[in-house]
Design a protein around this ligand. Structure first.
Ligand SMILES: Cc1cc2nc3c(=O)[nH]c(=O)nc-3n(C[C@H](O)[C@H](O)[C@H](O)COP(=O)(O)OP(=O)(O)OC[C@H]3O[C@@H](n4cnc5c(N)ncnc54)[C@H](O)[C@@H]3O)c2cc1C
Length: 420
């Protein structure tokens, strides 16, 4: 069974041409397997290219233990997978493809040219040389007995492979190819799937029309937001429907879960995080003279108009001018903002939920469908932005590829326990 020629004759079907599927195809084709990569879109890597528009934050340089904690309650499951393909391996992979990487001031890692397209071109060219058959416009539709069924421009076709990797992505930005339609196909096979939900997303706020007219599209920079004891520093963007931006994304899983439980979530904004409460109070004790309340706040605290606009959104706005310095300073340090619900998943950066880790073994193979492996964002994990998404996506692709090799070497091996 381990004869190299026999092994090389094994066929592997990878479905989904995102970074998870591509990484698996790269590793398996480099080992000489017959790899076909099926993709429903006319070309692969569309979401990766979209990530490139934002500079392509590949991974993060922080200490690996802190890094792994970013996966929250999936940290324990992903730990060994990420240790086996850590941020240093991701950087090495990128550099092997001719794209140097660097660590930005925030610790995030990017390719030097901030683009995905040269990387994707070099990656697919290498795979073509290694013999990967790219099969664009093949939409997987499930199984017919032990065959995979695809819809193509020429009608339906079925394929049999010795091993299969599903790397079908989540459900955000469906026009790029991942729409979560695989959920019902896997559930039909008895796979448990946690509901797909938006992650790294914006949230709805009922703004007044006066506020919207002035401030939709304006950023609120250098603030801290807080939900219970969890804080994030950064920027939020005011939009017609609510708020989005880095600081909101950083807390998005907590906010979403709070809304799931209580139908809304109140976060607190520190509109002046660089000044402590006492100094703020002191500044607010200065006489106001004949200035309007807004001009006074702008002068005394250098508050931007959008922050003053937020104060004017409060039901008690007409009474603010009579607040004591302490009460006003406390409000500026702890401004309550109620969020009603997440923006739709099709605008989210990533997806929470997915195929449950209880359904796969430690090699990411489905327990009730031996020979079928899963990788990438379709698995049930989530993480904030900062490079953690691509890191886990690519690391699970590499892990599933190693699992496929083990399985093809020894398909009779007893299935081990669920991963979770
Ligand atoms: C705007 C934006 C910016 C981002 N920026 C970053 C960033 O800077 N850093 C970061 O770490 N992450 C970023 N991400 C997230 C990152 O791009 C994803 O986590 C990653 O692409 C997931 O990879 P994947 O291979 O699991 O799935 P995908 O990239 O979604 O690929 C899945 C593929 O499967 C195909 N497919 C789906 N169903 C079928 C089917 N039935 N048959 C055949 N093919 C099918 C899809 O067409 C798609 O090509 C960003 C995402 C977005 C939307």
């Amino acid at each position: 069974m381990n004869n190299p020629a026999t092994m090389r004759s094994k066929t592997i079907a990878i479905i989904g041409g995102g970074p998870a599927g591509l990484m698996a195809a790269d590793i398996l084709s480099a080992r000489g397997f017959q790899v076909s990569l099926y993709e429903r879109k006319p070309s692969v890597g569309r979401k990766l290219l979209m990530a490139g528009r934002g500079g392509l934050n590949l991974t993060h340089s922080e200490d690996i233990e802190l890094f792994i904690q970013k996966y929250g309650d999936r940290a324990g499951i992903l730990e060994s997978i990420i240790h086996a393909f850590p941020p240093s391996a991701l950087r090495a992979w990128c550099e092997e493809l001719g794209e140097k990487t660097f660590i930005g001031s925030s610790g995030r890692i990017f390719p030097e040219n901030f683009k995905a397209s040269p990387l994707l071109r070099a990656w697919t060219a290498r795979m073509e040389k290694q013999g990967v058959h790219f099969m664009p416009n093949y939409e997987w539709q499930g199984w017919a007995q032990d065959h995979l069924t695809f819809k193509t421009s020429d009608g339906t076709t079925t394929i049999k492979a010795d091993a299969v990797l599903l790397a079908l992505g989540g459900a955000s930005w469906p026009r790029l190819g991942s729409d979560g339609l695989w959920v019902s196909l896997l559930e039909k096979e008895g796979v448990t799937v946690a509901p797909l939900q938006p992650s790294n997303c914006g949230f709805c706020v009922h703004w007044s029309s006066v506020f919207l007219e002035k401030f939709a599209g304006h950023p609120l920079k250098g603030i801290t937001i807080c939900l219970e004891s969890t804080k994030a520093y950064g920027e939020i963007m005011i939009t017609a429907k609510g708020v989005e931006g880095g600081a909101i994304y950083a807390l998005s899983s907590l906010i979403r879960e709070e809304i799931n439980k209580k139908y809304s979530a109140t976060i607190h904004l520190d509109l002046k995080p660089d000044i402590n409460l006492d100094s703020l109070k002191e500044r607010l004790q200065k006489p106001r003279g004949r200035k309007s309340f807004s001009n006074y706040l702008r002068g005394a605290l250098n508050l931007p108009p959008v922050a003053i606009g937020l104060l004017m959104e409060l039901p008690e706005r007409t009474m603010l001018r009579d607040y004591s310095a302490h009460k006003l300073a406390s409000l500026i340090k702890k401004y309550p903002l109620t969020l009603q619900g997440p923006f739709p998943i099709d605008r989210a950066i990533s997806t929470a939920g997915g195929a449950a880790f209880e359904s796969v073994n430690e090699d990411l193979m489905l327990l009730n469908k031996p020979g079928v492996f899963l990788a990438g964002e379709m698995l049930d994990w989530e993480a904030p932005t900062g490079g953690y998404l691509l890191q886990a996506t690519i690391a699970t692709g590499a892990h599933a590829a190693r699992g496929i090799i083990k399985w093809l070497e020894n398909p009779e091996k007893e299935l081990s326990h669920p991963l979770s």
